[in-house]
Design a protein around this ligand. Structure first.
Ligand SMILES: C[S@@+](CC[C@H](N)C(=O)[O-])C[C@H]1O[C@@H](n2cnc3c(N)ncnc32)[C@H](O)[C@@H]1O
Length: 212
């Protein structure tokens, strides 16, 4: 078991800027909403500060937000929090109708998502949707990095996940916020190429639980 260190615990204000700018159009949340059951309970794995879980909670759909880092958890959000890790979910078999993860745990090419994925199959009822959101690359945001920030689409395809491409943007309030966040992510390159709006290609990988 391992928790991927995440800057949001130490720099909550920067994470607020990130969440406000990233996919400002809300296209990713709209696509998740469309692919989740309208009733029952969904699990958000690596929920961060609960930004997405709060927006996907409806009158008929509950979302349980699972997050390992205590300092990411925002108790002021009206969602249910559970502290835990993707590889060892503290839930019984088939206890959810669906699960999703946005830029969490599975986001690294250098990380093996298999143990976490096995847990998703276990805790989501058979045929319930499993939805994984990650970068697709080849956009203005990702090209600021020297590293490959894109998801391993082959990994997901081989496991029966279809990929829905979503063309969205990072859109900042002002250049102060743009420069601060892009500097944190990309150093001097981020400062020099900071812009109010950057294209951002996202993949929604859509699979189904095989049951435990
Ligand atoms: C890039 S953030 C994304 C947060 C949130 N899903 C969002 O879209 O705003 C990654 C999150 O995954 C969490 N994380 C790291 N290791 C994890 C693990 N092993 N299991 C579950 N979550 C993990 C981090 O603490 C962090 O909150």
């Amino acid at each position: 078991m391992a928790v991927i260190p995440f800057y949001g615990s130490d720099e909550p204000d920067m994470f607020v800027i990130e969440r406000r700018a990233m996919d400002r159009e809300g296209l990713v949340i709209a696509a998740l909403d469309e692919n989740l059951p309208t009733t029952g309970t969904a699990l958000d794995v690596g929920a961060g500060d609960g930004f997405t879980a709060e927006r996907l909670t409806t009158r008929t759909r509950d979302v349980v937000a699972l997050e390992p880092a205590a300092r990411m958890i925002r108790r002021d959000r009206r969602i249910t929090w559970v502290q835990g890790e993707a590889e060892c979910l503290p839930f019984a078999d088939a206890s959810f109708d669906a699960a999703y993860a946005t830029w969490a745990y599975f986001f690294s090419r250098n990380w093996d998502p298999s143990p976490g994925l096995a847990e998703l199959h276990r805790v989501v009822r058979r045929d319930g949707p499993l939805l994984i959101v990650d970068n697709l690359g080849s956009d203005e945001f990702s090209t600021l990095s020297l590293n490959d920030l894109s998801a391993n689409t082959e990994f997901w395809n081989q496991r029966g996940f279809a990929c829905l491409a979503i063309d969205t943007h990072f859109e900042f309030e002002n250049m102060i916020e743009a420069t601060a966040l892009l500097k944190l992510f990309f150093g001097e390159t981020g400062v020099q190429r900071a812009a109010l709006r950057l294209s951002f290609r996202v993949g929604l990988f859509i699979g189904r639980s095989a049951g435990s």
